[in-house]
Design a protein around this ligand. Structure first.
Ligand SMILES: N[C@@H](CCC(=O)N[C@@H](CS)C(=O)NCC(=O)O)C(=O)O
Length: 227
């Protein structure tokens, strides 16, 4: 919904990319924001995008609510962490962050970092060498190796989800957004056959959230995975 504050939080997004994490977090928090949806990859498809974000990647996020300290960010998990800390520092039982005084604080940080450093890292190689590479320069063996690597990297998540609906403190948090996106990306790469029943059920639970469904509908016309 448009409002006077919507232009203070601005996100540049590509459909089904890591910027989905940020959209999902914004929707869960009920914040007003502006989103620019772009075809993928924006460093080639959007003239001038690299002048805005020299990496050429998504997400790109600006918080200009403090005119003396405009914030520019490029890391999807860091942006989720930032939004939770900055815009939900209250004592709501359903809050999306875990504070330093809660038992799962260390776990929470570990899952936030695990989402990219451990899970999407091998997926990126499968994406590069199996999905997006031109037919004549596909490196099937590389993609296969990282497909297997991804399967092994699900071990800890599978163990942790036994007897749990969410990763930390028995409630949905930003850690679930970070890990949930990595699992969602795995389904787009046809890697979900590696999921255990616990992981499959967990992802299905996350995808039922209205905030996920609203976020995932944004920018669908630019779906890079549609054949
Ligand atoms: N570590 C960054 C990675 C950002 C990133 O690599 N995004 C991908 C999309 S998921 C991208 O923009 N790729 C296009 C490109 O590299 O040109 C994050 O988690 O947000």
């Amino acid at each position: 919904m448009a409002s006077k504050t919507a232009d203070k939080l601005k996100l540049w997004h590509c459909y089904n990319s890591r910027s989905l994490r940020v959209l999902w977090a914004l929707e869960e928090l009920g914040l007003d924001y502006t989103v620019e949806t772009m075809p993928f990859p924006p460093r080639y498809t959007v003239e001038g995008y690299k002048a805005l974000n020299s990496l050429g990647t998504v997400p790109y996020f600006i918080d200009s609510s403090d005119t003396d300290n405009e914030i520019h960010m490029t890391e999807s998990v860091a942006i989720c962490h930032y939004l939770g800390e900055k815009y939900q520092h209250n004592n709501e039982p359903s809050r999306l962050i875990i504070s330093t005084t809660e038992a799962d604080y260390g776990n929470y940080l570990n899952w936030l970092y695990h989402s990219d450093a451990t899970l999407t890292f091998p997926q990126t190689l499968v994406l590069r060498y199996r999905e997006f590479a031109a037919k004549d320069c596909q490196q099937a063996q590389t993609a296969e190796d990282y497909d297997n690597w991804f399967a092994a990297r699900l071990t800890r998540l599978n163990e942790h989800l036994i007897g749990r609906d969410y990763l930390c403190e028995n409630r949905f948090t930003m850690a679930d957004i970070a890990i949930g996106f990595a699992l969602h990306l795995a389904t787009l790469l046809n890697l979900e056959h590696h999921f255990s029943p616990h992981i499959a059920a967990y992802l299905a639970r996350l995808k039922q959230r209205p905030a996920f469904q609203r976020a995932q509908a944004i920018g669908k016309a630019f779906d890079p995975f549609s054949k």
